[in-house]
Design a protein around this ligand. Sequence first.
Ligand code: ADE
Length: 422
Amino acid sequence: MAAKKYDVKDFRLAQNGRKRIVWAGQDMPVLRRVKERFHKEQPFRGMHFSACLHVTAETANLVQTLKVGGAHVVLCASNPLSTQDDVAASLVRHDRIPTYAIKGEDHKTYYRHLRAALDHKPVITMDDGAALVSLLHTDYSHLASNLVASMEETTTGVIRLRALERDGALKIPVIAVNDAATKHLFDNRYGTGQSTIDGVIRATDMLIAGKRVVVAGYGWCGKGVASRARGMGAKVIVTEVEPVRALEAAMDGLEVMTMREAARVGDLFITLTGDMHVIAKEHLKAMKDGAVICNSGHFDIEIDLKALKQLSTRVDKNVRNSVDAYVLPGGKRIYLIGEGRLVNLAAAEGHPASVMDMSFATQALASEWAVKNRKKLTPKVYEVPKAVEDWVAKLKLGSMGIRIDTLSAEQQKYLSSWAHGT
Ligand code: ADE
């Protein structure tokens, strides 16, 4: 039997998906400009792209942009719980973009979808967490030599790619899109900041004001969540392992303590560290009755879910949508949102379009840069060129009606001189 050319939940959802894609697109002016130019210039004419991203209305606007630029794009989900089924249906039905993504897909289906994306024999891949790159280094390594480059969207993915590079095992050129200023300074901070709190509120309807919100990890994502929670009146506690970041949190006016201390007092716990078992058995044991726990880091490893299950005498599934109650001996309840997966995508809609506009314009332009420079690229981790970041930032400012000053000739001369004015 021939393999299916797509795998989505239900085509009856497609019409709604289209509306959501159009709605998101209205708030993506920079990507729209890229799309208009790609339409004229066809930078990807006939090239095969495989994207493994969260299948959302914003991602739909990205893959449409690549397709308009001449690419044959296949899309699969980068997380089993983040797919917007209506968007996936619309991409297949209205855009003829083969999409493999079903919200809640099991492990086997998730991997089948990844394989389907690579069976497309891409020359450019896009990852949000290095899933395709991992396969390109194992079962699909025969495709590696044909690859122009792979784009990486998230911090966790970039960490893995740099580990591969350090071990001398990296087989393909990769571009650390996450590390572009126009990505992480906005998407990670303001996108994760808002959408994580959005996920918590949609799932629990809890009042944030007055709560003790424990934010594990004070990278760009943690900073974003902490500042939004504080803005809503929470007493924010930060846990960290890096002294400089911990100091930053302290001087930002937040309480800093160990997770052991925080576990006893927190009402809501949000992990954003990229590492495993940040909330471990001893912390779960110490938590108050009614504590709410969730994760907004890339993988569902930050909370020790096995320990949570072991500690519980009973699990009441779906006490609200996306919320499971774990009942411990003595009746203490711990509420887990979104099965410990990315709470902003599992329980809400991910980052708003306006911020994904910058991330995905950066993605699209980084791909174009890779294609233009394909002859020069070797297996290593590349930064996004500064010119791309500047262009995206300028356009975003323009779309917000913001003008900025420019250096005068005198000022330029001053900045480039070492002797002047000393
Ligand atoms: N990552 C976080 N939010 C996202 C969104 N809305 N679309 C795609 N990827 C995302």
